[in-house]
Design a binder for this molecule. Structure first.
Ligand code: ADP
Length: 250
């Protein structure tokens, strides 16, 4: 089932001038389970916009990570279409998806997933090495990114020498190394104390204000409240999709 933008709840009329950066249309995702199948997404329609700080919430097992996997091209739909940055991810092969992801998506994980034998600086340089971007300016750029996340002068430390919050800052710097338009965070503060988590949320929000689509998944209603848009998922369906009043009023 296809949809037009004006049928999307809360969009685009309530926030004029928005740019759609992605669209899931009639997405069904089924996993084989013995001789049956488990349907993780049961026809999801969703449009995502540049510059929006978007939360996906819902009970464990409801399909949140599966939606992220569709948006990032980590997995493909069983049925339906996924368009991101104007490209049909559902029709691309693994190589094309990997290249697209490297240039367009930054991912921040709950457990940071930094390479333990590389310094913070080297971790941040890695995506640029991978895509061969920024040439001789890689180190300078990585230092600038570390400064931007509040880690000036900490680049030579190994992840084990940094606190959880600092490691997540490095992970954010790494995620934006190639200046991707899409930033995805899966429980980004799930392993951090409340105050540190607030700082990390602040950084992610700032990146959305600068124009990136930032989508994060959380179990924590208090964190979700900080998002501009809250998408609620239950049993493989989007059951609510709302813009926060305070932001909408502007
Ligand atoms: P959430 O992120 O909301 O906790 P998920 O998107 O990870 O939920 O999973 C949705 C459902 O799909 C869950 O019931 C999960 O067990 C199932 N699922 C996810 N990945 C697979 C897989 N690779 N194989 C089989 N079932 C899966």
């Amino acid at each position: 089932m296809s949809q037009t933008l004006d049928k999307v709840p809360g969009a685009p009329g309530s926030l004029p001038g928005k740019t759609a950066i992605g669209r899931l249309a009639g997405v069904i995702k089924a996993y084989p389970m013995g001789n049956r199948q488990y349907v993780a997404l049961r026809e999801v329609d969703l449009t995502l916009y540049a510059g929006e700080f978007t939360a996906i919430v819902g009970p464990s097992g409801s399909g949140k990570s599966t939606i992220l996997n569709m948006v990032t091209g980590i997995d493909r739909p069983t049925k339906g279409q996924v368009f991101m940055t104007g490209l049909p991810l559902h029709a691309m092969n693994e190589n094309e998806l990997a290249r697209w992801r490297g240039a367009n998506v930054g991912i921040v994980f709950q457990f940071f997933q930094l390479l333990p034998t590389l310094t913070a600086l080297e971790n941040v340089m890695l995506p640029m090495d991978f895509l061969n971007t920024y040439g001789g300016k890689r180190q300078e750029r990585a230092l600038g990114l570390l400064e931007r996340v509040g880690l000036k002068g900490r680049g030579h430390h190994l992840p084990s020498e940094l606190s959880g919050g600092e490691q997540q800052r490095v992970a954010i710097a790494r995620a934006i190394a190639n200046d991707p338009p899409i930033l995805i965070a899966d429980e980004p503060t799930g392993n951090l104390d409340t105050a540190t988590g607030e700082h990390i949320m602040g950084l992610l929000k700032e990146l959305s204000v600068q124009g990136k689509l930032v989508v994060f998944v959380t179990h924590d209603p208090h964190l979700a409240e900080q998002a501009q848009r809250i998408i609620r998922v239950q049993d493989g369906l989007i059951v609510a999709d709302e813009y926060q009043q305070s932001i909408n009023a502007n």
